[in-house]
Design a protein around this ligand. Structure first.
Ligand SMILES: [Zn+2]
Length: 253
């Protein structure tokens, strides 16, 4: 991933024109049907284990305000994989909600105020503890038009951790869509993208892309190559924090 600054405190940044791109997409592409774990699923979507299966929310529930949506993306996962994922769910939530760009989204802003501030003050936010141990600086936040909005805090982020979490999100989404396990050894490239490029990146995926949108919280669009596990994904959270994830089959041994 490219070097990314991590503002500690989200601030509204009035990128309303950008948000409109996402809003129209949400209106065009609602979740078509509830995605629930198939009763037939007999193995973990992440490691293939056939024991101790539970239901995993691929997009962590902690990103949604209550009442949570009836249409969620779930897959079967073994209990050890679930336990590993629980820490990552909180890390991802804090990463997304501390982001200044996401601060423009009212759901993200509200969750930050109600949930993340509390875990920071309790010392239970792993990401906040990491950031507090890093050198950071105050920088001005400006809109694309150059208007000064506020100051935010920038600090180095654990990019590999974020990339690993998003790769697993993609593996869960892939299982949910294809009913086929994408191996943990799949190679992936995760890049944070500018929301200003969102519309053109979505167009570039073409008319054959598959798409899921969960209101203003999450959306994804992806394409599959005939080569197994060669995929490209556009992921967006809170209509503002955008990533691409490209996967390639595991390296031959
Ligand atoms: Zn597992």
């Amino acid at each position: 991933m490219p070097t990314q600054a991590a503002p500690l405190v989200p601030r509204p940044c009035h990128l309303t024109r950008l948000a409109a791109d996402f809003a129209s997409l949400a209106a065009e592409a609602p979740v078509r049907r509830p995605h629930t774990m198939s009763r037939k699923q007999s193995r973990c979507s992440y490691c293939g284990s056939e024991t101790r299966l539970t239901r995993d929310h691929v997009i962590p529930q902690n990103l949604f305000p209550k009442p949570r949506p009836a249409t969620v993306i779930t897959v079967g996962a073994c209990s050890p994989c679930q336990q590993l994922k629980a820490k990552d769910d909180q890390f991802l939530r804090d990463y997304l909600l501390m982001d200044a760009v996401a601060g423009n989204n009212p759901i993200a802003s509200d969750l930050y105020d109600r949930k993340v501030r509390r875990s920071i003050s309790r010392g239970s936010s792993e990401l906040a503890r990491h950031l507090q141990a890093q050198p950071f600086r105050r920088v001005p936040l400006v809109t694309p038009a150059g208007l000064y909005v506020d100051f935010v805090i920038e600090a180095p982020l654990p990019q590999d951790r974020v990339a690993a979490i998003l790769t697993r999100v993609v593996r869960g989404l892939y299982y949910s869509s294809r009913r086929n396990l994408m191996p943990a050894s799949v190679r992936s490239k995760v890049l944070r993208r500018s929301p200003a490029d969102f519309a053109s990146m979505l167009d570039a995926l073409g008319p054959n892309r598959r798409q899921r949108v969960m209101g203003a919280v999450f959306g994804c669009a992806f394409l599959e190559d005939p080569v197994p596990f060669r995929t490209i994904w556009l992921l967006w959270f809170f209509e503002s924090v955008v990533f691409t994830v490209e996967t390639e089959p595991p390296a031959a041994v």
